[in-house]
Design a protein around this ligand. Sequence first.
Ligand SMILES: Nc1nc2c(c(=O)[nH]1)N[C@H]1C(S)=C(S)[C@@H](COP(=O)(O)OP(=O)(O)OC[C@H]3O[C@@H](n4cnc5c(=O)[nH]c(N)nc54)[C@H](O)[C@@H]3O)O[C@H]1N2
Ligand SMILES: Nc1nc2c(c(=O)[nH]1)N[C@H]1C(S)=C(S)[C@@H](COP(=O)(O)OP(=O)(O)OC[C@H]3O[C@@H](n4cnc5c(=O)[nH]c(N)nc54)[C@H](O)[C@@H]3O)O[C@H]1N2
Ligand SMILES: [Mo]
Length: 758
Amino acid sequence: MSWSPTTSHWGAFRARTTASGELEIAPHPLDRQPSPLLGNVAGSVRHPTRVRRPAIRRGWLERGPGPSEHRGADEFVEVSWETATELVAAELDRVRREHGNGAIFGGSYGWGSAGRFHHTQSQLHRLLNVLGGYTASRDTYSHGTSAVLLPHLVGDAGTLLYRADTWGTIAANTDLVVAFGGLPLKNVSVTPGGNTEHPTATALGTIGESGVELAVVSPLADDVPKTPRARWYPIVPASDVALMLGLAHTLLTENRHDATFLDRYCTGFDTVAGYLLGADGTVKDAEWAAVRCGISAAEIRALARRMAEGRTLVTVSWSLQRTRHGEQPVWAGLLLAAMLGQIGLPGGGFGHGYGSIGDVGDDGPLLPLPTLPQGHNPVRTFIPVARIADLLLRPGERYDYNGATHHYPDIRLVYWAGGNPFHHHQDLNRLRRAFARPDTIVVHEPHWTATARHADIVLPATTPLEREDLGSGRRDTHLIAMHRVLDPVGEARDDYTILAGIAQRLGVGERFTEGRTAREWIVHLYEGWRGRLAERGHDAPPFGRFWADGEWRLPTAAEQPTPFAAFRADPVRRPLHTPSGRIELFSSTVAGFGYPDCPGHPVWLEPESDVEHPLWLIANQPRTRLHGQGDVGATSQAAKVRGREPIELHPGDAAERGIADGDVVRVFNGRGACLAGARLNDGVRRGVAVLATGAWFDPLDDPAQPGGSLCVHGNPNVLTEDVPTSRLAQGCSGQHARVQVERYDATPPPVRILRPPL
Ligand SMILES: Nc1nc2c(c(=O)[nH]1)N[C@H]1C(S)=C(S)[C@@H](COP(=O)(O)OP(=O)(O)OC[C@H]3O[C@@H](n4cnc5c(=O)[nH]c(N)nc54)[C@H](O)[C@@H]3O)O[C@H]1N2
Ligand SMILES: Nc1nc2c(c(=O)[nH]1)N[C@H]1C(S)=C(S)[C@@H](COP(=O)(O)OP(=O)(O)OC[C@H]3O[C@@H](n4cnc5c(=O)[nH]c(N)nc54)[C@H](O)[C@@H]3O)O[C@H]1N2
Ligand SMILES: [Mo]
């Protein structure tokens, strides 16, 4: 068989089946640094955990809709597509008639798969909109805190998230990058929708050769790129704001700050300066900071001086805002950059998300991509995305969000497709209780993930290799013709076909499909997009040629100056979209909300101490997979320790606990407990442990364990706390937890989640 083109969130690639039916994968020929995640594909696609037929939880099938503690424990019964489609259609109809459309939660957060047409969330939202709407979710787990905060500070979050200076601009102009949260190579092969050439991975390896110095602030040496002139600042987790304030205090008291810039382009610096100098009774000098962040006062002062000497980019990773009070490191980082006075200069100022994801700093074209229209949702109720458990557990209760108060609606039906809340949400024992509340939970999934196992109705979805699509990511260089390589596994169907069947039963088939097959939709989306490109003077080939060629290289455009450059050039005529038109170092809007957990300027909010659980757990993105996706694949499995997710410990912390490399350990706190496999690493700061996200949640019920279960596989979200960043953004705070670790001397129970439940 010849190679077929396709793409994924971890990059474009080719696939074929051999004469003996084996699936082979090869990187795209232009890929400069193919992702290790490619290694998961072949072993995942036809893994025994694929859902092969529609399946219904026995208790739901026999007793009908209603709250149930048996979700996640009951067995499943396979049924025909006809039966499953009928049951879902009837239940959607019952809930909307008896309780209104707001009782359907269709927020359905998650990354699904790459592909512009089979974009699962868009497909689901389109159906639910045709049916009269649904309770939605807002923002993301990725950078939801910044998405709410930044508009108050700089008028627009997109400027920082999607219009950042490119690595080329940085290489040419920057003297020093100060990277709070590190610049981990492991993260940048991923871009939503995919990336063909992976220039960011290459840039991280070569940036130091251009003379750029890197000050990399992270508890982990692995977050320091392997490039010359990179220096590691091994910080205590959750203390970056203290370091930032210490740096800011040094700049101010040594008169190295740019008073003209602060005066002309910012508002509120006087208030912040007062705070730095001790208006609240505490002077935020380098000594004060050193005690909290573990970097010496001398190093803090030296770094501040170095920052003021040349062109400096202050960048804050997304991980730092995915923590309790995650608004603060973003705001304090912006403060530092403003004090240096270089916002709007090439390669200087403030960045957000360099090293978090592939497209920040990428120089690929910024073109609109073909997009499936979702229709209009007339239902006004919503949640900030990370409030899912509160939504289900606290119907009718009020919550704060960005200056307004809202109420949680009473959800009867949860419809999830293309995401895995039992991967992404915090305090999974609590989420299990939340998932017991609704009448019905419907999930579309290729695999028997923990979310599928906690559903009532599980509909088997195809993966991209089993269907056709158009694929491209933000800043990608190519549009890829995603050819079908395999027959669907079992009776799996693509989400479009599943939803079209449901629409048909409810008499809205034509409105949902507009009479098109999946192939006809792909042609329709492509040709519409080709027309829009033509208006911009770009000549894309007609569909037939594009499809036969397998890809089309997108036209490049001259690099645009960032919106901050225009503001810098003329702050009066090109003001920011903030109340003052300037950068708000103090925001009277945010101050006016009166939230003690997010006051009107960046502040240090001391983390609570937890003597019984003295280690800071970092629950970061996994290097071996995308979230939970591919956990059954070869790259992910190769890193496991006796079948458990590896937990990295400093050798000193391990020795104190009698733990050796390769031991199974129990990781626990007051909320939950899991097993993991110890890996000793002296590149982890003392007092810190790292358990990446994404091991499929495998709870063994045990009332003696905190939270009532032991995850035998190593999912850190049994340990994280289900609390928002603050009342402002209500963002996800899952990056950190406080834990204790002990050697597990009993025979570890088997991991069951990698076998199908039926
Ligand atoms: N503790 C902690 N938790 C975190 C984070 C953290 O830093 N710490 N990070 C958070 C972040 S940033 C994110 S973005 C989230 C990610 O959370 P998710 O995006 O929910 O995680 P994924 O594992 O990518 O889930 C996608 C699911 O879609 C399924 N899927 C793939 N293709 C298709 C398809 O075509 N159709 C259907 N129906 N399903 C499909 C996959 O099998 C997979 O189960 O996790 C968050 N959780
Ligand atoms: N391989 C791979 N890449 C991915 C993903 C994946 O699942 N796998 N997911 C993608 C997604 S959806 C997103 S949103 C991005 C997320 O991008 P990020 O949120 O930036 O990624 P993380 O790996 O969670 O965290 C980055 C680093 O922050 C450091 N860190 C944690 N706490 C602290 C702290 O208190 N202070 C300091 N200074 N550093 C700290 C950790 O050492 C960690 O390695 O990643 C994307 N890239
Ligand atoms: Mo994310």
